[in-house]
Write a protein that binds this ligand. Structure first.
Ligand code: ADP
Ligand code: MG
Length: 324
């Protein structure tokens, strides 16, 4: 990068979506008004080249898109809508990333940002010795009183997801193998859609709901809810939705349960709220799929498959541990 200031100027948006911005990029810090009657939500995620993404499977545009998408997904998992983001980028001194590629990365972010009306209001530009590091902070808002916490699950709850899982992992697999990759796997890996509108419907339902976004895999996120809520979660394998066609059972199981990065939402709620939710989701033409239930017990997750009940660990499916 020749000149940091001209680079910042080149990625600076020329207008804002949010009327609450007082001063965005260009001062010491961003200044904006809070909104009466809303909680503010903040999330940050850092992506490190060759650890969280690789240029082998993602263009700079996709890397930018996804860096913002993972954060917007965290806002969705709190039922909020995203309003601002800030980007810290550390650029390899080796020159392995050109200024044009960095601008492409910002374009990827802008495409998603424009879709959701999110404004870039600041960031930081640094150098690294080795790989690109991009850290995105997103600020969102949700109506006061809405708390879609992962500690909210209770025995008797329905467990649901907002859509199919496993396609992102399938995309990564095909791309790394150098094989032809079906288009919808490619899209799931490179341009995942954060579930903001589903999160908003959940926030508006007004009931007790536990919610997580599926970044690390269904098994992992279900375990997070079980741990935080002090309950047992049971997942019915036959109900877990996926779009994996023509794949072996082994891969289908691995990708859907442990793949992650599809950024669907997983949640738990009581029967009454569930009924309201199925109505509101149907009215909006959106999916909400029941995949299991919450029962009393230790903080664990079980997979019900072919009449067997096996412990589903965060990182792997243990075929040999039988539940009681
Ligand atoms: P300071 O020295 O006050 O931190 P900087 O020169 O780092 O100022 O940044 C100047 C302005 O540009 C600030 O508003 C900052 O938020 C913004 N900015 C810097 N780097 C980036 C970046 N990579 N992406 C977006 N905004 C950035
Ligand atoms: Mg700075």
């Amino acid at each position: 990068m020749k000149d940091e200031f001209s680079f910042i100027r080149s990625i600076q948006p020329d207008r804002h979506h949010q009327p609450t911005v007082v001063a965005g990029i260009g001062d010491d810090a961003a200044l904006y008004d809070a909104e009466e009657g809303f909680h503010e939500i903040a999330a940050v995620d850092t992506l490190v080249e060759d650890m969280h993404f690789t240029k082998k499977t993602m263009t700079p545009f996709h890397i930018g898109y996804k860096a913002l998408a993972v954060n917007v997904s965290d806002i969705a998992a709190m039922g909020g809508r995203p309003v601002y983001y800030l980007v810290s980028v550390s650029v390899p001194k080796s020159g392995s990333w050109s200024e044009a590629e960095l601008q492409e990365m910002y374009k990827g972010m802008t495409v998603l940002a424009d879709e959701y009306g999110v404004d870039l209001i600041g960031g930081d530009t640094n150098a690294t010795n080795d790989k690109l590091v991009v850290s995105v902070t997103v600020i969102g808002r949700v109506e006061k009183g809405v708390r879609l916490l992962r500690s909210n699950a209770k025995p008797g709850d329905v467990v649901f997801v907002t859509g199919p899982v496993g396609s992102s992992a399938a995309g990564l697999h095909y791309l790394l193998e150098g094989d032809d990759c079906p288009e919808h796997y490619l899209k799931a890996h490179q341009m995942p859609e954060p579930q903001v509108s589903a999160g908003r419907l959940l926030a508006q339902a007004g009931g007790r709901i536990a919610l997580n976004d599926i970044s690390d895999g269904l098994a992992s996120e279900a375990n997070e809810i079980a741990e935080a809520s002090g309950v047992t979660v049971e997942i019915d394998w036959s109900r877990v939705p996926h779009d994996l066609h023509g794949e072996t059972d082994e891969y289908v199981e691995k990708w859907t349960l442990f793949g992650g990065e599809d950024f669907q939402l997983i949640g738990c709620t009581g029967q009454q709220t569930w009924e309201r939710l199925t109505e509101s989701f149907e009215k909006n033409g959106q999916r909400l799929i029941r995949i299991g239930r919450v029962v009393e017990g230790k903080r664990e997750v079980f997979l019900l498959k072919n009449g067997e009940r096996t412990v589903l660990k965060k990182g792997g499916y243990n075929h040999f541990v039988k539940g009681d």
